[in-house]
Ligand binder design. Structure first.
Ligand code: FAD
Length: 418
């Protein structure tokens, strides 16, 4: 059985977006649709970084020099001023188990500390430790160790506008929730063959395109001649991901219906949000400003993406597919589409750049870590996660988080040899 995200492919191809076997092939055209890579092991089980990089047997082998503390929270780093420099000397940790809350621990660093708490967590820990924008730290009563204004700034993410449709239940992943027979069949198929609905993530297909080639009114890629679609032209770098999803991508509860979403997503947004301390307390989540519409230029490609979705839906109707509109713009005028974007815009959990990498700590390209991922002005402290991306990348971020970690490992090894 093919869900609607596969059945929609001809409608997407009809607007001059080409199906390609491998989205990673550098010689594909500029506007493409193809299978999204997923990480599976040989038995078709999804492989997490935990299972791929730290399987139980490896952790066991190294237990003499590896201590894993689960259910704990990093409170702050111990930073000391010595010989005119700031040194990171250790990490203060507490248990998240309420019965052990009174216990605090201290992990002393022999060589260095690698902070990997993600693009929301790493700037929070730096600020709690006294590294961040001076005025903000003072406002939150955190003693300032180092005034580093870029910490927590420049938060980026992909942003999408879901257009929601009803489709036959058998074409939607919602059958797993609404039809016990489908759920049991899918579970048994997965257990015995490793295949079926449970073997794939909710997104299996995706489309990437440069909106500069997208005609706003018709929602089609304009191709006066084939050279226009040359992906090697820098201006043809895709800035829109167009996701067909066989599920509901909104917060709206739509019970008992088969749902299909067309999700145009801006993957090179100009927005800039930020992370700030809500309190001088690691147990209180940081304030996250996603920065939607901090740059009005983001409207233009998003508007084109919504027109593309409306066009693809029209093509599906024309092919007599039983599609019913649920949450879409009232009409295709710019004003109505902009209202729809403002009401329905969502983030994509691809947070980056809050401890961004760069050459200088201050100035117009202010940054937090240098090219070796070491925090500017601090000895013995690296940051290693998506927070160091100088900008958000035009692809899903997980694989690149792994690349950053591999690079960091190499840098640590190199330093150890010196
Ligand atoms: C719901 C969801 C779905 C996603 N789907 C995809 C996808 O399909 N494909 C894709 O490529 N990407 C996806 N992403 C994005 C991807 O997961 C992230 O880009 C990636 O995990 C980032 O890795 P990281 O190491 O930077 O941070 P994280 O993976 O966030 O790791 C940071 C860790 O630090 C911990 N931490 C934070 N603060 C503290 C503290 N004070 N003390 C102790 N621990 C702390 C956090 O709990 C977390 O475990 C998804 C993200 C989400 C949330």
């Amino acid at each position: 059985m093919e869900d609607i995200s596969v059945q929609v492919i001809p409608a997407i191809e009809s607007v001059n977006i080409s199906w390609v076997g491998d989205l990673n092939n550098p010689s594909i055209p500029a506007a493409v649709i193809g299978n999204l890579d997923v990480i599976e092991d040989k038995c078709f089980h999804r492989a997490s970084t935990y299972r791929a990089f730290l399987p139980g047997n490896l952790a066991q082998d190294r237990k003499a020099r590896l201590k894993i503390c689960t259910n704990t929270i990093v409170m702050r780093l111990n930073l000391v001023n010595e010989d005119g420099a700031v040194w990171a000397r250790g990490v203060h940790i507490e248990s998240l188990n309420p019965r052990m809350a009174e216990f605090t621990y201290y992990a002393k660093a022999r060589r260095e500390i690698v902070l990997s708490a993600g693009a929301l967590g790493s700037p929070q820990i730096l600020m709690l430790s006294g590294i961040g924008p001076r005025a903000h730290l003072e406002e939150k009563n955190v003693p300032v160790v180092l005034d580093l204004s870029a910490v927590g700034n420049h938060l980026q993410d992909h942003i999408g506008v879901p257009l929601t449709y009803q489709v036959p239940m058998s074409d939607s992943l919602h059958q797993l929730k609404n039809n016990i027979f489908s759920a049991i069949t899918a579970a048994l198929t997965y257990i015995f063959t490793g295949r079926g609905l449970f073997s794939s993530p909710f997104q299996s297909i995706t489309s990437l395109l440069p909106t500069r080639l997208l005609d706003e009114r018709s929602g089609r890629i304009v191709v006066p001649d084939p050279s226009v679609l040359d992906a090697s032209i820098p201006a043809n770098r895709p800035d829109l991901e167009f996701m067909p999803l066989a599920n509901n991508s909104t917060d709206a509860d739509i019970p008992g219906k088969g749902i299909f979403t067309l999700l145009p997503t801006l993957i090179l947004p100009k927005l800039q949000g930020r992370v700030r301390l809500a309190a001088n307390n690691p147990r209180v989540r940081a304030d996250i400003e996603l920065g939607f519409f901090t740059n009005p230029a983001d409207y233009v490609p998003l508007r084109k993406g919504v027109h593309l979705a409306l066009r693809v839906a029209t093509e599906l109707h024309n092919s007599r597919y039983p599609l019913q509109e649920l949450i879409i713009p009232g009409d295709d005028s710019d004003s109505e589409v902009d209202v729809f974007i403002r009401k329905n815009l969502r983030d994509c959990y691809h947070y980056t750049s809050t401890c961004r990498m760069g050459v200088e700590a201050r100035g117009p390209r202010q940054s937090v870590v240098d090219t070796a991922m070491c925090v500017h002005g601090v000895r013995g402290l690296r940051v290693c996660d998506t927070s160091v991306f100088p900008e958000v990348v035009a692809m899903h971020t997980m694989a690149l988080a792994v690349v950053v970690a591999e690079k960091c490992t190499e840098l640590i090894r190199l330093d150890a040899k010196m």
